[in-house]
Design a protein around this ligand. Structure first.
Ligand code: GUN
Ligand code: ZN
Length: 650
């Protein structure tokens, strides 16, 4: 069973239950060669702290002595490793050396008999140069074998490998069929040649097409991904597990691995590394070591570098900056930068997993940042949900400060809105931002370089162009004091003021909950209570009832029960609802969180971190809270929190 702990888009941290305890993900499993262990498994556990390793059952079974020992003592004792052991099946040997002499049934039974925690099917390694027909046939055989293995797995977890070469349709189809089988972990296979050839764009397409078909409640392993350079990107796309033989392979040819790439000993001018393996050694000393001793040292360096990067990735997922980390890592090599740019093609898919807000600010790292799903999310919601006030003029501020915050323009806005019926927009890298949306994530929680930066300006112009076709009055004016005032004099009668607070309540509500929410919340006697120190909206009352509070950190509303009732009247089910079964109702009414196993159904448009209503099957309000998953995750996970409940309705 796999439990989701924390999510950021497709990236996630989780806990996989195995016969040898819980494996926290993302996890790197060092490859242990049962015949030649470069670093002893005991050391991998005790010193490095690797909680899982992977070894090869085919190599063990092909060696009479090892086979006997494994069957008699069990794998864990034979390798002297006390934690999770995954085994591979011999497929990789067929990729390297041609046919293997073993049947799927026999190798799966063998893995179970020797006590593997996670065994692997004898899948067919689909090579990148294969024709679509040949690949499609190999996928069929892999699926048949996985079905056969599922019947034999016993207590062992089973890895069902997604194959399909570089054919995205075959990958997605294979993944969909895999998802229907009784399998526990999904490696993405056949990708080693892509990584060896630095075909990282192909790798991105392969991972995403596989993810599209898979069941989100199962962990995904990227088979053969052992270079720290790719961990951040692969984790960003939803890979939970990795395995590395590279640490030893690279060491045998005197190559040091770093998150920024690989360095050959002969090209290095010195040893500038403080990892536990390198510390205390000098460059000269290492070059003079006997080859076996040097290999052992470099292998350990490579393991530290990999371990450190996995921890870095985990931290980024928890803290909400995995996009920044992946973008920075993808500058390690132009082929990785191409891979990052390939994400543009997949942004609609990525946007489905994009949270409403994050704890961390969005930091621009380069032009590729503009393809992040945060940008698409903003423009989708803005263009579909924002209602233009019926003003006569639209004043557009050129973004000269790099910040759209209305407080920077307060003087200008007051001056104009005291006299004219106008409303206000700012050019930003997100596109046009109405001034009353300037405090929501990611508009306010983002940092860009100097606004003279052409890259972002061009983008903003294109968005603005799009917008001006939609504005009912189609008048846009760049802010330039005199000419703007002259133009306003000519076109506006002297009419009302722009009410910033009401405009904000309306625009944020529509953006967050859907068009119509804002008018519903303002339909009556409204009082808007603001913080004395920051001047920001804190609470909204309607007819004396507290309906909404505004969060200072991301500018969105949290719902109060009266606010939830208004939304339920405004939007018919299933919008913004999570339906729970009867067993859960008393707990949720008490304010306890909603666990996945109790979710009956859910609005398909709910996004991560959205404010939602928990209801029973007759659409009675049970609780209000925040969605921690999207619909397909709530319905497929067996454990984990689906909704963080803020308040139960008694
Ligand atoms: N190791 C690296 N790639 C693969 C693969 O595609 N299948 C299996 N079973 N093992 C691998
Ligand atoms: Zn080192």
């Amino acid at each position: 069973m796999f439990e989701l702990i924390r999510r950021d888009g497709l990236a996630r941290t989780g806990k996989l239950s195995t016969p040898h305890g819980i494996l926290e993900t993302p996890a790197l499993l060092p490859v242990v060669n049962p015949k030649l262990s470069t670093v002893p498994p005991r050391e991998l556990y005790d010193i490095f702290g690797f909680k899982a390793i992977i070894t090869n059952s085919y190599i063990i079974r092909s060696d009479e002595k090892l086979k006997e020992r494994a069957l008699n003592e069990g794998l864990h004792q034979m390798l002297d490793y006390p934690s999770v052991i995954m085994t591979d099946s011999g497929t990789f040997q067929s990729h390297m050396y041609g046919e293997v002499e073993v049947k799927n049934e026999d190798i799966v039974n063998f893995q179970r008999e020797i006590g593997s925690d996670i065994g692997t099917v004898l899948d067919i390694f689909t090579e990148p140069e294969w024709s679509e027909d040949k690949t499609s046939h190999a996928v069929d055989v892999t699926i048949d074998r996985t079905g056969e293995a599922a019947k034999l797995k016993g207590d062992m977890l089973l890895a069902g490998v997604v194959q399909g070469s570089i054919y995205q349709n075959l990958r997605e189809n294979c993944a969909k069929r895999m998802a229907l089988l009784d399998v526990d972990v999904h490696p993405i296979g056949g990708v080693v040649p892509l990584m060896e050839q630095y075909r990282f764009s192909d790798l991105v397409n392969v991972i995403i097409s596989s993810k599209k078909g898979l069941d989100p409640s199962r962990p995904v392993h990227l088979f053969g991904a052992g270079h720290p350079m790719v961990f951040a990107l692969a984790a960003l796309l939803g890979c939970d597990m990795f395995d590395s033989a590279s640490y030893a392979k690279f060491a045998r040819t005197d190559r040091f691995m770093f998150p920024e790439g690989t360095a050959g000993l002969q090209d290095m001018k010195g040893l500038h590394c403080n990892c536990p393996a390198c510390s205390g050694h000098s460059y000269d000393e290492i070059t003079k070591m006997k080859p076996a001793e040097r290999t052992a040292l470099i292998a350990r360096h490579n393991l530290w570098a990999s371990k450190c990067e996995i921890e870095r990735v985990k931290r980024a997922i928890l803290e909400g900056d995995i996009w920044e980390l992946a973008e920075r890592r993808c500058r390690a090599h132009p082929a990785l930068l191409s891979a990052l740019r390939t994400l543009e093609k997949h942004k609609d898919f990525l946007e489905q997993y994009e949270p409403l807000s994050r704890d961390n600010s969005l930091l621009y790292t380069g032009i590729e940042t503009l393809n992040r799903p945060s940008f698409l999310r903003y423009s989708k919601r803005f263009f579909s949900r924002y209602e233009y006030p019926a003003s006569e003029a639209l004043v557009v501020f050129e973004d000269s400060t790099g910040k759209p915050y209305h407080r920077y323009r307060e003087g200008e806005i007051n001056k104009i809105s005291e006299k004219y019926d106008a409303h206000f927009m700012v050019h930003t890298p997100f596109g046009p931002v109405p001034i009353e949306l300037d405090e929501i994530y990611p508009i306010a929680q983002s940092l860009f370089p100097d606004p003279e930066d052409m890259e972002t300006k061009e983008y903003s112009r294109a968005q603005m162009e799009h917008m001006s076709h939609k504005h009912p009055y189609a008048l846009t004016m760049m802010w330039d004091e005199n000419s703007t005032l002259d133009a306003l004099d000519m076109m506006c009668q002297e009419t009302p003021k722009f009410d910033m607070d009401r405009a904000r309540v309306k625009a944020v509500s529509d953006y967050q909950f859907g068009t119509g929410a804002g008018n519903a919340f303002l339909d009556g006697e409204v009082s808007i209570i603001k913080s004395k120190s920051t001047g920001k909206i804190r609470n909204v009352l309607l007819n004396g009832q507290h309906i909404l509070s505004m969060r200072a950190n991301d500018g969105f509303f949290t719902l109060r029960p009266e606010g939830a009732h208004i939304l339920m009247k405004t939007f018919p089910a299933p919008k913004l609802r999570v339906v729970v079964n009867d067993d859960a109702i008393p707990f949720n009414r008490e304010g306890k969180n909603v666990f996945c196993s109790f979710v009956e159904d859910c609005d398909k448009d709910i996004k991560l971190m959205d404010e939602i209503m928990v209801v029973d099957s007759s659409d009675n309000l049970i609780a209000i809270g925040r969605a921690m998953m999207i619909r397909e995750e709530m319905l497929s996970f067996q454990t984990g929190i689906a909704v963080k409940v803020r308040e139960g309705i008694k």
